[in-house]
Design a protein around this ligand. Structure first.
Ligand code: NAD
Length: 311
C-alpha cells in the first residue's frame, strides 16, 4: 500500500473511517488531510501523533499523497473538491495517483469527475466507492463498500486490501459509477421499507395490537427486514435504535431524502417505472424541511406519518 495517504472530508463518516486507516496502516504511513472545517483537521492531527499533516486545500493533499480518499456530503462538494480551479485535486499532477470517492452522490457527477481526471491527467485512476453501515460501521471498521469497477480491474487487489481496513464487505459492482448505483438502489429499498413498516405498525396499533407482538410476528414472517428487526421506527421496540433515543444519532433524514431523490432521478434516466419512490420522497423531504426533524435519524418519518409513541 502507498505510504502517503490523502483524506478529504472528516465529518461523521470520514473521521472514523480515516481513524481506522490510521490505526491499521503501519507507522511509516503518513496522512495528509483537508476539510473546510479547520477544527476537524486539528482534531485528527492531534490524534495522529506526528503521522497526520494538516493541509490548506485539496490540491495540497493531492500534491503530497499517492492515494486520496474523499468523503463529502453531495455532488456539489465532490465537484468543488476535484474541479475548483487552482485549489482542487485537478490542479495537481494526478498521473499514477489513485482517487477514491466514498461520498453518496449522483452517478453523473461521479462520471464527469472521472472523465475530467482521465482527460487532464492520463494515468490517473478515479473510483466511486460509496459505503453502507453508518457511523457505527465506520467506527467498528465493518462498512460495506460498493466499488465502481470490475474484479478484473488492475487496481482491484490494492483497493480490496485498502478498503478492507475500513470495511467487512467489498463488492466490485462491474464498472464506473455502478458502486453508486448499488448504493442508491439499497437506500431506495431501505427508505421505502421504513415507510411501509411505519404504516403497517400504525395499522396494527390503531386496530388495538401490541406493537411488540406485531414486530415479533414480522420477525418470523414475510415482513421481516433489518428495518423492522434492528431499526424499527416505532419508539421502544429496539432499545438501541435511534427511534428509542428520540431519533438522535443514526442516518440524518436529509441524507436519506438526498439518496432517495437521487435514486428516483436514476429511475427516470434509465426509464424504470416507479409507484412508490416519488410518494415516499415527499415524506422524507417534508421531514428534512421541518425544523423539529431535520437533524434527526431518517426513521423520524414515523412522526411525519403521525405514529403513536404512547403505546
Ligand atoms: P458530514 O456532513 O458529517 O461530513 C462531511 C464533511 O465534508 C464535513 O466535515 C464537511 O466540512 C466536509 N466538506 C464539505 N465540503 C468539503 C470540501 N469542499 N472540501 C473538504 N471538505 C468538505 O457527512 P457524513 O455523514 O460524513 O456523510 C458523507 C457522505 O457519506 C454523504 O454522501 C452521505 O450520504 C454518505 N453516507 C453517510 C452515512 C451516515 O450514516 N452518516 C452512511 C453512509 C453514507
Amino acid at each position: 500500500l502507498p505510504k502517503n495517504i490523502g483524506w478529504i472530508g472528516l465529518g461523521s463518516m470520514g473521521y472514523p473511517m480515516a481513524t481506522n486507516l490510521l490505526k491499521k496502516m503501519g507507522d511509516e504511513t503518513q496522512f495528509y488531510v483537508y476539510d473546510v472545517v479547520q477544527e476537524f483537521i486539528d482534531k485528527f492531527v492531534k490524534d495522529g501523533a506526528g503521522r497526520v499533516h494538516a493541509c490548506g486545500s485539496t490540491k495540497e493533499v493531492t500534491d503530497k499523497s499517492d492515494l486520496i480518499l474523499s468523503m463529502v456530503p453531495e455532488g456539489s462538494h465532490v465537484r468543488s473538491v476535484y474541479l475548483t480551479p487552482d485549489t482542487g485535486a485537478l490542479a495537481s499532477d494526478l498521473r499514477s495517483k489513485l482517487l477514491i470517492d466514498c461520498s453518496t452522490i449522483d452517478t453523473g457527477t461521479s462520471l464527469a469527475v472521472r472523465a475530467a481526471c482521465a482527460s487532464q491527467h492520463p494515468g490517473a485512476h478515479f473510483y466511486d466507492a460509496p459505503v453502507s453501515g453508518g457511523v457505527l460501521g465506520a467506527e467498528k471498521g465493518t462498512l460495506t463498500f460498493m466499488l465502481g469497477c470490475a474484479e478484473t480491474d488492475v487496481n482491484f487487489p490494492l483497493l480490496n486490501q485498502l478498503l478492507g481496513l475500513m470495511g467487512g464487505n467489498l463488492f466490485p459492482c462491474g464498472g464506473p459509477s455502478l458502486g453508486l448505483t448499488a448504493k442508491l438502489c439499497n437506500n431506495y429499498c431501505s427508505s421505502l421499507i421504513t415507510l411501509a413498516t411505519c404504516e403497517a405498525m400504525n395499522i396494527g396499533m390503531a386496530s388495538g395490537m401490541d406493537p411488540r407482538v406485531l414486530a415479533n410476528i414480522f420477525h418470523t414472517s414475510t415482513a421481516r427486514s433489518a428495518i423492522a428487526d434492528d431499526w424499527n421506527p416505532v419508539p421502544g421496540l429496539c432499545p438501541e435504535a435511534p427511534a428509542s433515543k428520540g431519533y438522535v444519532g443514526g442516518f440524518r433524514v436529509g441524507l436519506m431524502a438526498k439518496d432517495l431523490g437521487l435514486a428516483v432521478e436514476s429511475a427516470e434516466r434509465v426509464g424504470v417505472k416507479l409507484v412508490l419512490g416519488r410518494e415516499g420522497l415527499g415524506v422524507y423531504r417534508e421531514a428534512a424541511g421541518d425544523e423539529r426533524y431535520k437533524d434527526l435519524d431518517s426513521r423520524v418519518v414515523y412522526r411525519v406519518l403521525g405514529g403513536r409513541e404512547d403505546w
